[in-house]
Design a protein around this ligand. Structure first.
Ligand SMILES: O=C(O)CCC(=O)C(=O)O
Ligand SMILES: [Mn+2]
Length: 243
């Protein structure tokens, strides 16, 4: 695959995507990223009104914090609010020198309802932990990273539910080393203005579900970049399975 796509949605289908409405009639699109990496996107996973009710609950009731993290040798404020939920007895999550307190599912029963909706949409998948992010405005973001921590195993599945302000979600292929040389691009350089790496872009809609599977965490980085036009709050829930 050697292409770069923008704003995947029904009006702008990705040529690498297979689209098939599920039994429930809700459209789902599978994007084959190649080499065992895959993204599933369900734009209308939740009815809009229910998603707004859950957005308001989460915005108000979740004990959001904005922790100090340690990246590239510097301490800085994480550029978004966060909260963490995990079943009891699991390995602690730690990222960028920060170990979030694990709240329990029982403390936030609505999160169990959302988890159940996710489990119903993707039968056979199970999740036992949840990282919540709140982006207050367009200058809140998440930098390029992958969720490839050992505690998620070699092929983590991550289910991401979005509420509120629509934001762009980018995926970029990690550079690979071949015979001691870093290969960052298989594309002719003249064709691309800004980046030589394979990139995918999604507009994650209010009430949508996006699932990253297979080797996506091993082979791709993802980010939610700053966007001046994003003027309202977005809440994102990423469900994960600690093995
Ligand atoms: O907000 C998003 O859509 C992604 C969040 C994310 O990548 C993370 O929490 O690891
Ligand atoms: Mn992530």
């Amino acid at each position: 695959m050697s292409s770069r796509f923008r704003g995947l949605d029904a009006a702008n289908p990705n040529p690498n995507a297979e689209s098939d409405p599920s039994d429930s009639g809700v459209r789902r699109t599978i994007i084959d990223l190649g080499d065992g990496s895959e993204v599933l996107y369900i734009p209308r996973f939740l009815p809009s009104e229910r998603a707004w009710a859950w957005f308001h609950y989460l915005d108000k009731e979740i004990p959001w914090t904005r922790p100090v993290i340690h990246v590239f040798g510097r301490h800085c404020l994480q550029p978004r609010d966060t909260c963490y939920i995990a079943s009891k007895g699991l390995t602690d999550l730690k990222y960028s020198g920060y170990q979030p307190h694990a709240y329990t599912w029982d403390e936030y029963p609505i999160l169990k309802e959302i988890l159940q909706a996710v489990h119903e949409a993707i039968p056979g998948s199970t999740f036992n932990s949840l990282l919540l992010n709140r982006y207050k405005c367009g200058s809140d973001y998440v930098a390029w990273h992958s969720d490839d921590e050992k505690l998620y195993g070699p092929t983590p599945e991550i289910a991401s539910v979005s509420f509120g302000c629509e934001r762009e979600f980018l995926l970029k292929k990690k550079p690979v080393k071949e015979e001691g040389i870093w290969i960052v691009d298989q594309l002719p350089k003249k064709r691309l203005k800004t980046s030589y790496q394979e990139q995918q872009s999604f507009m994650l809609k209010h009430g949508s579900l996006m699932v990253m599977r297979g080797y996506t965490q091993r082979d791709w980085n993802h980010s939610v970049p700053k966007r001046a036009k994003a003027v309202s709050v977005r809440i994102n829930l990423t469900f994960r399975q600690i093995v």
